[in-house]
Design a protein around this ligand. Structure first.
Ligand SMILES: *[C@@H]1O[C@H](CO)[C@@H](O)[C@H](O)[C@H]1NC(C)=O
Ligand SMILES: *[C@@H]1O[C@H](CO)[C@@H](O)[C@H](O)[C@H]1NC(C)=O
Ligand SMILES: *[C@@H]1O[C@H](CO)[C@@H](O)[C@H](O)[C@H]1NC(C)=O
Ligand SMILES: *[C@@H]1O[C@H](CO)[C@@H](O)[C@H](O)[C@H]1NC(C)=O
Ligand SMILES: *[C@@H]1O[C@H](CO)[C@@H](O)[C@H](O)[C@H]1NC(C)=O
Ligand SMILES: *[C@@H]1O[C@H](CO)[C@@H](O)[C@H](O)[C@H]1NC(C)=O
Ligand SMILES: [Ca+2]
Ligand SMILES: [Ca+2]
Ligand SMILES: [Ca+2]
Length: 367
């Protein structure tokens, strides 16, 4: 057979396939919801903490699992520089990913309705009343994110634990390269990744960090360890203390701390003017011993606002999801409300190639 004939056959086949696919997805196809392609996270960054806006907690543990395995592989590649045999390594990984995405978009194999039916009773637990409340969804999100964070900590730990005893000594720990290159970001030059940060994380003071302690070291804002919280306050003060007298004057507070607080919505419920009265009032409130300065203990009440915890993001995401899916506006979700707004739960909040406000009007597109 000549080459033109072969080409002709392939082109004809391609056109036929396209026609079949199109008719399959035509608007006349009986389907409750117009299908939208679900996406997996595809862009991982191991070089710096994720920007606040990209903090995304997967709703479904199955999706989390797929994303985590992908992230692990990406991480291994970037940290161990696994050499790929020519034409061998790179391609199959990419195909794995496409397969996973095809899988979650294949209704016969991954049915979002039955996933939600399955997960609902695992979320509706406090109390089990047929509704998912803000608190229940927050706890659920938190559980998913803590699992993910711990998994990453385990991975980091493997890398730093040179003698493989399951503990990290200060000598074993090497600060991340991005903290060494950039002296200005977040004040990481000052106390982060240094010995007193390490010591504060070492809850029992045995000179080694186990997994819990190492997780606190990496995520001080999520720690329950009082030493850690105190260290964070000290760090915060050190960063803002321009004249290095160990305390914050009103000026030092106003030009740094207050601005940061103002930017964090929860403190002021979205509505605060940068007026002197407001900032003065907060300063007076924080200055417990009334000496006209803030010391590190006096920063304790606002430290959680300056360094949002996983719980903060878990609640933020729950708030958002409820605002989108709560059709009858009773501030809680019924199973039906969840089933009818599946993409609010299943659409990745990382939309690398969509526009930013895409997820805001998501659910309206599928009515
Ligand atoms: C998905 O599951 C629901 C309920 O479990 C069922 O009614 C629906 O037919 C399923 N969809 C597909 C494509 O299997
Ligand atoms: C960061 O600080 C160190 C000293 O602490 C200095 O040697 C280095 O040049 C600084 N790097 C930058 C990018 O400023
Ligand atoms: C950290 O703790 C160790 C003892 O475990 C001590 O020798 C060291 O001086 C402490 N470092 C700082 C900076 O506090
Ligand atoms: C790590 O040590 C602390 C005490 O410093 C302990 O409370 C915690 O349970 C330990 N974590 C693990 C995973 O062993
Ligand atoms: C801010 O919100 C809290 C509850 O979230 C409420 O108790 C407080 O009154 C609110 N403050 C203002 C100024 O609206
Ligand atoms: C992927 O992340 C990097 C930084 O981590 C960013 O520079 C890049 O723009 C991202 N790519 C996409 C497609 O979002
Ligand atoms: Ca409930
Ligand atoms: Ca320890
Ligand atoms: Ca004071």
């Amino acid at each position: 057979m000549g080459r033109p004939a072969t080409v002709f056959i392939y082109v004809t086949l391609a056109v036929l396939v396209l026609l079949v696919l199109r008719s399959h997805h035509s608007p006349g196809h009986p389907r409750h919801l117009q299908h939208r392609r679900l996406k997996l996270r595809s862009n991982f960054s191991f070089t710096s903490p994720p920007p606040a806006g990209e903090h995304h907690i997967p709703f479904d543990p199955l999706i989390a699992d797929i994303e985590q395995r992908r992230e692990d592989r990406e991480w291994e590649r970037s940290h161990f520089n696994i050499p790929s045999a020519p034409g061998e390594e790179a391609q199959p990984e990419w195909e794995d990913f496409v397969d996973a995405e095809d899988y979650i978009n294949d209704e016969d194999r991954f049915n979002v309705t039955s996933r939600i039916v399955l997960l609902f009773p695992r979320i509706d637990v406090d109390p089990t009343d047929g509704f998912v409340s803000l608190q229940e969804l927050t706890e659920w999100n938190l559980l998913q994110s803590v699992k993910e964070v711990m998994h990453r900590t385990g991975r980091e730990m493997e890398m730093h634990d040179k003698n493989r005893d399951g503990l990290i000594s200060f000598a074993e720990y090497e600060p991340p390269s991005w903290s060494r290159n950039d002296n200005t970001t977040f004040g990481y030059d000052m106390g982060w990744w240094k010995e007193d940060h390490f010591n504060a994380s070492d809850m029992d003071g045995d000179g080694f960090l186990n997994k819990t302690e190492f997780n606190d070291f990496l995520h001080p804002a999520d720690s329950d360890n009082p030493k850690m919280i105190k260290w964070l306050c000290k760090e915060e003060l050190r960063e803002r203390d321009k004249n290095r007298d160990g305390k914050l004057s009103f000026q030092e507070y106003f030009n740094g701390l207050f601005d940061s607080l103002r930017n964090i919505e929860e403190v002021y419920n979205h509505s605060v003017a940068a007026d002197g009265a407001q900032s003065n009032k907060l300063f007076q409130e924080l200055d417990k011993d009334k000496d006209g300065f803030l010391n590190e203990d006096e920063l304790m009440p606002v430290i959680g606002n300056l360094h949002p915890s996983e719980r903060y993001y878990a609640k933020q995401q729950a708030d958002y999801v409820i605002s989108q899916a709560d059709a009858d506006k009773d501030a809680k979700l019924s199973l039906n409300e969840m089933i009818e707004h599946p993409y609010v739960f299943y659409s990745s909040i990382f939309n690398d190639d969509d526009d930013d406000d895409d997820d805001l009007d998501l659910h309206d597109e599928f009515r």
